[in-house]
Design a protein around this ligand. Structure first.
Ligand SMILES: Cc1cc2nc3c(=O)[nH]c(=O)nc-3n(C[C@H](O)[C@H](O)[C@H](O)COP(=O)(O)OP(=O)(O)OC[C@H]3O[C@@H](n4cnc5c(N)ncnc54)[C@H](O)[C@@H]3O)c2cc1C
Length: 403
């Protein structure tokens, strides 16, 4: 029993502080660090990048009410021109994964509940830590077909918005929308930077620009090695995003995570208000939000095509055409930055958060797929609780032992 060894959270019975080494400094690694540090652990985060990738190049919508089932992976088999795509090599290498994904995830209710808990943790975090991340309240799901918008509004118990209502928000050519008032949007790089700064201030040590590898001896992780040396801990958290599967290989554990690539475009808006409320453009699987008078973000694509970081001009144009067509003020937008991110996806579209089977001192926190930003606080909180020997309710659906 883990908890028995703890005199007080984060401290051994003989008074020495426990150390946790986290591999992966994306949003999930960082929220794990946040809650572990709050519990009194000494924490070190190792990441081979300096700036984060997926946790920066995403839409930043915190939307537990919009379930992952809306990413219908089975459509991707047939839809080569649209936002969903599976490459032939991924198809050949992962037939069982794709088959389970096409069958659908189930557990949408559990995931929505976890998402709601995560939003509460986000609100508390923003309030307690005075973190500024351009938080916007309310997200609207928009549809060309008014009937679909009415159905979505009724199914989720939220307000229906008409085409003219959406036009006032800056969106044109849609039949209707469903307004999720309690959902939020953030500016991902701002949150990323603020969180990293806050963690550094509280004593979390960051080792960046170094590839990490687990040292496993006689079935037990003894340290994480990087170019600058060995990093030993009492516990280890693997929060490697889409790379978690390869990191876990030495543990003989397969979390079955593969990457789903997406594209983020950032535009300068030149001080004009282009859209007033963040939106999911459901017909295109795209998202749009404006963080401040000068920054508009658009994201799209869900491509199971490996770790290709190249940006395809055709895809960029596809997304820009959607903006030109549906965003009234798109004429004011000037492309400023672009990047790809990799959503860490499991075949059942559920995260993998908890103890790694057969390794009592190793925990995994990944697999949140398209809800990685939304679920980061609840996932980090779960890992910290499990390490301290507390078993939170309602987290069984994320149990790594299911694979
Ligand atoms: C286009 C797009 C839009 C999205 N929109 C949303 C959204 O609106 N809402 C939402 O909730 N989610 C969204 N997501 C999903 C979300 O961004 C991801 O689920 C989330 O960022 C994953 O975070 P992570 O910390 O698990 O992984 P990552 O951010 O990928 O971090 C993992 C880190 O581990 C490091 N790492 C891996 N292996 C090693 C190693 N061996 N040594 C050292 N470091 C290593 C990597 O460098 C990386 O920084 C979107 C994703 C994309 C691509």
């Amino acid at each position: 029993m883990l908890g028995g060894r703890h005199a007080y959270k984060g401290t051994w019975a003989y008074g020495q502080t426990m150390r946790v080494v986290i591999v992966g400094g994306g949003i999930n690694g960082m929220f794990s660090a946040y809650f572990l540090r709050k519990d009194g652990y000494e924490v070190e985060v190792i990441d081979r990048s300096h700036s984060g990738k997926t946790s920066v190049f995403n839409a930043g919508l915190l939307t537990p009410a919009l379930p992952p089932a809306e990413v219908n992976i089975s459509r991707a088999f047939f839809d080569r021109e649209g936002p969903l795509h599976v490459s032939p090599s991924v198809m050949m290498r992962n037939p069982a994964w794709l088959l389970s994904a096409a069958r659908g995830g189930g557990h949408e209710g559990d995931m929505a509940e976890l998402g709601e808990r995560s939003l509460k943790l986000y609100r508390k975090f923003f309030k307690e830590e005075s973190v500024e991340a351009d938080v916007a309240d309310g997200v609207v799901a928009v549809y060309k077909d008014e009937g679909k918008a009415r159905d979505a509004a009724a199914a989720h118990g939220c307000k229906f918005l008409s085409g003219p209502d959406l036009r006032e928000m800056g969106y044109a050519g849609f039949g209707g929308g469903a307004l999720f008032r309690k959902n939020m949007a953030v500016n991902p790089p701002k949150l990323f930077d603020a969180l990293r700064k806050k963690l550094s201030e509280t004593g979390v040590r960051f080792v960046t620009g170094e590839e990490a590898d687990l040292e496993v001896e006689r079935g037990r992780v003894g340290a994480v090695s990087t170019r600058s040396g060995r990093h030993a801990g009492d516990y280890y958290v693997i929060a490697g995003g889409s790379w978690t599967t390869s990191l876990c290989r030495k543990l003989r554990y397969n979390p079955r995570i593969i990457p789903a690539r997406g594209l983020a475009l950032l535009f300068r808006a030149g001080g004009s208000k282009v859209v007033s409320t963040p939106a999911l453009l459901e017909d295109y699987g795209a998202a749009v939000s404006q963080h401040d008078p000068d920054t508009v973000r658009a994201t799209g694509f869900f491509e199971l095509a490996g770790f290709d970081e190249g940006i395809d001009g055709g895809k960029r144009d596809w997304l820009r055409n959607i903006l030109a067509h549906h965003i009234e003020g798109s004429g004011n937008l000037e492309l400023a930055e672009e990047g790809v991110g990799f959503r860490p996806c499991t075949p059942d579209q559920r995260p993998v958060v908890g103890g790694v089977p057969g390794h009592p001192n190793v925990f995994v926190n990944s697999g949140q797929c398209r809800l990685g930003m939304t679920l980061a606080p609840v996932s980090g909180h779960t890992v910290a609780s499990l390490i301290a020997g507390r078993k939170p309710d309602g987290v069984e659906c994320m149990d790594p032992a299911r694979f």
